[in-house]
Design a protein around this ligand. Structure first.
Ligand code: ADP
Ligand code: ZN
Length: 634
């Protein structure tokens, strides 16, 4: 065929080798904005620091340049499990890659280095402690001298900073790599957005005028919900069942604060007919590996875990993340919820909140820090993070907007929409309290009458008319406000107080271990009824009937017809068979998003299948016929 007879696609690919490689290897037809810039920086030998949220697509940024330049990229990666998965995933795409870590035999490692020198291999993943050993460093130097080294990429680069949440001392030595290969570009990647950590990374790695690329932190495919915690096992079970009914076939992670919590909650779920396993750092290595393995090969769908579960988990179709307790910071929340919907398909994040969560964290932080001899400044910083998190859950603002703003970004709703359409507040799942004005007045009076010296728990007891020892001994049962809000649940009052704090009618004063409430700038006006703070009633504190009405709406956002669901299930079966045969997790064959796209498009030829997002040439060759047959008979 003459050059001019070739289809347009080919011409476009000729002029854009980056896109051509992405299409051929991964079957994606476009790059996300920051990916493009990060890839260009590597190709042009410039240092760069890329900040993208979990699931934002960091790996492509260092995987693509070697395909274009033909030069090697060395990737520093902290976890063996992730390295193995990545290499396996790349191989399935026909992309030669290798990893060197403690599980690799010396001879194999030598062979890998030889292939790198010869240019047969262009991507090597290596653990940080290996990367800085003298032998490896001199190998790198010789690779660079031979003009074969394109870039050094540092994944999870926040591990270098003690201000980050995953400090690893061995990361500190990575600057040594720069010393032995002074001309090679260094690329750092992280999902941690705080400026302090960012600066720390750039300084400690010795990045040279790095281009700093910060992606959008909003995850539009996630729906955030906060519910008052009543019975966590039942509430979590119900959310899991909703997803099972929607037939999304995804996984669920339920995060708990303590090991004990994971155990009783997993037991509670099992009693309710949901097959769930607890996971925490106290289990032995073998049990942990086994659960991780079953979760990623989809023979186990629900894991009840502490935050120890996550770093090594790459299942891309987690459809539900439940927090049984409020996490200790917005950063932690963003990271943990970030494990939902990594395939870009809709997923739900449900946080079960009780006002006691914050107190529990505060106690834990003080205790831990006292044990470790941390200074007051560090303790205060952590307590500040807890308070910010509490503000996020108790305020009735859009969750997407509040999260974005926390990470210093302005939130824009999806095109053509006035709100996010993906949080409980914007979905109208919280009820507006009609009696807000009176409630505000009563709570503020209670604070005023008791001399602005008590905490939220005692104020709640007063207005609910509780008969506690403290109430009797202070004589607060004789106040006129005593019992004036007796029809409201405890959690509702606690939330109103939080909302009054957010609206600056009240302020929290922390004195030692005690937290008391006093008037904020708007306090007097609200108490006198001159101003009104609109209050929302948190879901879970209303009547049973309104709960039930709402429940029906908590379903999957991408509706499939009955036939489509059946075909999707069939393709999942095909995928599972292939996965078992090749001993790989199913998502490595094709993601859920790709299966859904196959159901939607129903390609009837290999060529048509190649146009589906997520189908690259190597996977088409390997699995195309099998899926085509399934689709034809579907
Ligand atoms: P991160 O390392 O930032 O958490 P990954 O690199 O694992 O994220 O990517 C998350 C998911 O997004 C993966 O399934 C990946 O294949 C997919 N992905 C990455 N880039 C693109 C793209 N340009 N188009 C479509 N999907 C992409
Ligand atoms: Zn919203």
């Amino acid at each position: 065929m003459a050059e001019t007879d070739q289809p347009d696609l080919m011409t476009a690919e000729k002029t854009d080798p980056v896109l051509a490689a992405v299409r051929r290897v991964w079957g994606y037809d476009s790059l996300r904005p920051m990916q493009r810039s990060a890839i260009d920086a590597a190709i042009e030998h410039r240092d760069c620091l890329t900040v993208l949220p979990t699931g934002g697509g960091k790996s492509l940024c260092y995987q693509v340049p070697p395909l274009v330049t033909g030069l090697a990229t060395i990737v520093i990666s902290p976890l063996i499990a992730l390295m193995r998965d990545q290499v396996r995933g790349l191989e399935l795409n026909g992309y030669p890659a290798a990893a060197i870590h403690s599980g690799v035999e010396l001879d194999d490692a030598r062979d890998i280095l030889r292939r790198l020198t010869l240019g047969e291999l262009n991507l090597l993943l290596v653990a940080p402690e290996r990367a800085v050993n003298p032998g490896f460093k001199s190998f790198l130097a010789s690779l660079a001298d031979a003009g074969r080294l394109g870039a050094i990429a540092v994944d999870e680069a926040h591990c270098i900073s003690q201000w980050g949440h995953d400090f690893r001392p061995e990361y500190r030595r990575l600057a040594e790599l720069r010393e032995v290969t002074p001309k090679v570009a260094m690329q750092a990647f992280t999902a941690t957005a705080t400026p302090r950590v960012r600066e720390d990374i750039a300084r400690q790695l010795g990045l040279r005028e790095p281009e700093v690329l910060v992606g959008t932190f909003d995850r539009p495919n996630l729906t955030y919900r906060v519910r008052a915690r009543r019975n966590p096992a039942e509430q979590a079970a119900e959310a899991v069942r909703n997803h099972q009914r929607a037939g999304d076939g995804g996984g669920t992670i339920v995060y708990c604060l303590s090991r004990k919590d994971t155990e009783w909650l997993a037991e509670g779920l099992t009693k309710l007919g949901i097959n769930a396993e607890p996971y925490h750092a106290g289990l032995n290595e073998k049990t942990r590996r086994d659960i991780e393995h079953r979760f990623s090969n989809e023979s186990l769908d629900v894991v009840v875990a502490t935050v120890a579960f996550g770093m090594g988990i790459d299942r891309s179709n987690v459809r539900l993340v439940v927090h049984a307790t409020m996490p200790k910071s917005i950063e932690a929340y963003q990271q943990e919820t970030g494990r939902a919907g990594r395939d870009g398909e809709p997923a739900e994040c449900l946080l079960l909140y009780s006002p006691t969560d914050a107190t529990r964290w505060e106690r834990l932080i003080r205790m831990n820090n006292a044990e470790m001899g941390a200074d007051d400044e560090a303790t205060e910083a952590q307590l500040g993070l807890v308070r910010e998190m509490r503000r996020l859950v108790s305020s009735m603002g859009c969750r997407h907007r509040m999260l974005s703003e926390h990470f210093g970004q302005t939130y824009t709703p999806p095109a053509g929409m006035h709100s996010c359409g993906a949080c409980d507040v914007c979905l109208g799942e919280t009820e507006i309290e009609r009696d807000a004005k009176r409630i505000g007045q009563i709570i503020l009076s209670a604070v005023a009458r008791t001399g602005q010296r008590y905490g939220a728990a005692h104020i709640t007891d007063i207005v609910r008319g509780a008969d506690t020892e403290k109430i009797r001994s202070t004589g607060h049962d004789r106040l006129t406000v005593h019992g004036m809000l007796k029809d409201h649940r405890k959690a509702a009052i606690a939330s109103y107080i939080d909302q009054l704090v957010t609206a600056e009618a009240l302020e929290r004063v922390v004195d030692g271990h005690f937290e008391t409430l006093r008037f904020g700038p708007r306090g007097v006006a609200v108490m006198k009824g001159e101003e009104e703070v609109p209050l929302a009633r948190p879901v879970g504190t209303g009547s049973a009937r309104s709960e039930r009405r709402r429940r029906d709406r908590v379903t999957d956002a991408a509706p499939m017809s009955f036939d489509e669901k059946q075909l999707f299930e069939k393709l999942r079966g095909v995928r599972r068979d292939i996965a078992v045969e090749q001993s790989i997790p199913p998502y490595m064959v094709f993601s859920d998003a790709t299966l859904r796209e196959l159901v939607r498009v129903r390609p009837d030829s290999l060529n048509a299948m190649l146009a589906v997002k997520g189908v690259g040439q190597a996977k088409l060759d390997a699995f195309g016929d099998t899926f085509l047959t399934a689709l034809r008979n579907g």
